[in-house]
Design a protein around this ligand. Structure first.
Ligand code: ADP
Ligand code: MG
Length: 232
């Protein structure tokens, strides 16, 4: 279970303090899939960075399965993240000097989940599942954006993470590729009973999720059957 309590993230900008995230309470059960919605600047990226331990909150506590992530020393947090979190970025963030297969394999070398002897065959299997069997030796620059994001999805799920976080994963994609990428994320998360959090300001993406958490309404949750939040 993922639990966030009284979270605040503030940035100091000279004499000014900017509150990037202010969230009272959020609990997500294993296997739950949740859309995190809000307009640009509402704190989606900051919140995902907090949950993944890339940032620490100014105040409050973030726990996964009873472990307080925000309290871990940085080195422990890096290991925890490699083993526990799969992260999909809006702009893919693939390593340009590595081919498709190695982009996925390298993610396993930072974690201790998949035995070394099985790593290549597991990466190939995942890349086949996302429809890239014939692109294993290509480099990211040789792929379409949709293909790059599918590599990023394979990389994010390769260590069978408890927590899959995707930050506007479809923002750079057309409708067909968006649907593919979301379908893959949702399928992988369901198969491994992982938590899936997808940030978005796209209504079509929101409509796919049984649960929506709106950041715009100062951390209030909206019912799945309620009208979608206004993004004006
Ligand atoms: P979103 O992903 O929803 O667009 P962000 O999390 O990127 O929102 O940003 C939330 C707010 O925090 C914005 O007002 C942004 O300008 C501010 N912010 C984000 N990162 C920093 C930073 N490193 N320093 C100062 N302000 C920041
Ligand atoms: Mg963002």
């Amino acid at each position: 279970m993922l639990e966030l309590n009284q979270i605040r993230k503030e940035y100091r900008d000279g004499t000014q303090t900017i509150t990037a995230v202010s969230l009272d309470h959020l609990t997500v059960q294993p296997g739950e899939q949740l859309a995190l919605v809000g307009p640009s600047g509402s704190g989606k990226t900051t919140l995902l960075h907090l949950i993944s331990g890339l940032l620490t909150p100014t105040r409050g506590e973030i726990r996964l399965d009873g472990l307080t992530i925000s309290g871990l020393p940085e080195a422990r947090r890096d290991i925890w993240r490699a083993n526990t979190v799969g992260y999909v970025f809006q702009k893919f963030n693939l390593l340009t000097s590595l081919n498709v297969l190695d982009n996925v394999v390298v993610a396993m070398s930072f974690a201790q989940v998949i035995p070394t002897a099985d790593q290549r065959s597991w990466a190939v299997q995942l890349l086949e599942q996302v429809g890239l069997a014939d692109k294993l030796k290509q480099y990211p620059r040789q792929l379409s954006m949709g293909e790059q994001q599918r590599v990023a999805v394979a990389r994010a799920v390769v260590n069978k993470p408890r927590l899959i976080l995707a930050d506007e994963p479809t923002a750079s994609l057309d409708q067909e590729n968006s649907a593919k990428v979301l379908d893959m994320l949702r399928r992988f998360a369901a198969e491994s009973h992982s938590i899936l959090l997808v940030s978005t300001h796209d209504r079509q993406v929101m409509s796919l999720f049984p649960r929506i958490h709106s950041l715009q309404q100062s951390g209030k949750e909206v019912a799945a059957d309620a009208p979608l939040p206004s993004l004006a």
